[in-house]
Design a protein around this ligand. Structure first.
Ligand code: NAD
Length: 279
């Protein structure tokens, strides 16, 4: 009797899985939602704006996939739980979760005029909650569903700033470091306490030009790269910013059985930024 063997590409198969992308209405989240849809998963797109989430879901459906949108603030656990029940009823048990909500805020960013000591605690808290708490709550709500069926893959979107803190964004860096630490914690907790087939990993994107960091990377008037963007490019061996689709290969690997023995890791997708000593 020959040993049953999945083909190499078959290991990446996520057909008929149900995926949730929290923050799937955003620039990076929607690229990941489209990819999961193209790969055959049913995709629930969760965002705070019903309209933005709806546009992403509609595009998944018009490309031949199954996309549904859900307007929900992922920091509101009862609301997220109600959303999770609706998703399970409509699309089936969720086996892939991408936590892509989050970002920084100008009010929590130091400037030459505003030192770290002057940053408003309200702004600091909103950044910590917006990145760390949303990931924690997302994992509680959808992770519990995975424990009932004994399998699943959670992918938290961290940041380069969680591995090597960037200047000017203290709360964001600390929150993303928290996301990385929590990813490791939850990986061990779920594998030991529930099932080795529930995996938790993170992606740490490097520098991608998106709406939330445009003010830091491009000049408002001319659109030219700021000195900060020039420094980033000089420290990125590949010499460019990331494009949202650069995340897709890593995402599909982590979401699928191709990474069956991988849990608790953080994959930098950063054009070599984190590997480079700059000299
Ligand atoms: N842009 C970058 O260069 C970069 C780099 C590293 C990491 N990241 C991270 O990637 C993720 C996505 O970033 P992006 O650039 O696509 O940002 P984005 O602002 O375009 O998308 C974030 C999306 O999440 C939604 N969202 C935020 N808080 C939410 C909440 N509480 N409940 C539901 N939805 C919520 C927003 O409405 C938005 O649609 C974030 O976690 C960000 O920190 C971005």
């Amino acid at each position: 009797m020959g040993e049953e063997r999945t083909t190499a590409m078959g290991r990446f198969d996520i057909h008929d899985e149900t995926a949730v992308v929290i923050g799937g209405s955003g620039v990076l989240g929607r690229a990941m939602a489209y990819a999961l849809g193209e790969a055959g998963a049913r995709v629930a797109v969760i965002g705070r704006s019903a309209e933005a989430a709806q546009q992403v879901a509609a595009r998944i459906t018009s490309a031949g996939g199954v996309g549904r949108s859900y307007a929900c603030d992922a920091q509101d656990r009862p609301l997220l739980e109600a959303t999770a029940r609706e998703i399970a009823e409509t699309l089936g048990p969720v086996t892939i979760l991408v936590n892509a909500a989050g970002g920084n805020s100008p009010e929590a960013t130091t400037t030459p005029e505003r030192s770290f000591f002057a940053l408003d605690p309200v702004a600091l808290r909103s950044v910590v909650d917006g990145n760390l708490l949303t990931s924690l709550i997302g994992c509680q709500v959808f992770g519990e569903g995975m424990t009932r069926i004994g399998r699943g893959s959670i992918i938290n979107i961290a940041s380069m700033s969680g591995l090597r803190p960037l200047t000017r964004v203290p709360a964001y860096s600390a929150a993303k470091a928290g996301v990385i630490n929590f990813t490791q914690w939850l990986a061990a907790y779920l594998a030991q306490g529930y099932s080795p087939q529930i995996r938790v990993n993170a992606i740490a994107p490097g520098f991608f030009l998106t709406e939330q960091n445009r003010y830091l990377l491009t000049d408002r008037e001319s659109g030219a790269p700021t000195p900060r963007a020039q420094t980033i490019l000089a420290h990125t061996p590949m010499g460019r910013l990331g494009a949202p689709d650069d995340l897709i290969g890593t995402l599909l690997w982590l979401a699928s059985p191709a990474s069956a023995f991988v849990t608790g890791i953080v994959v930098p997708v950063d054009g070599g930024f984190s590997a480079f000593g700059s000299v």
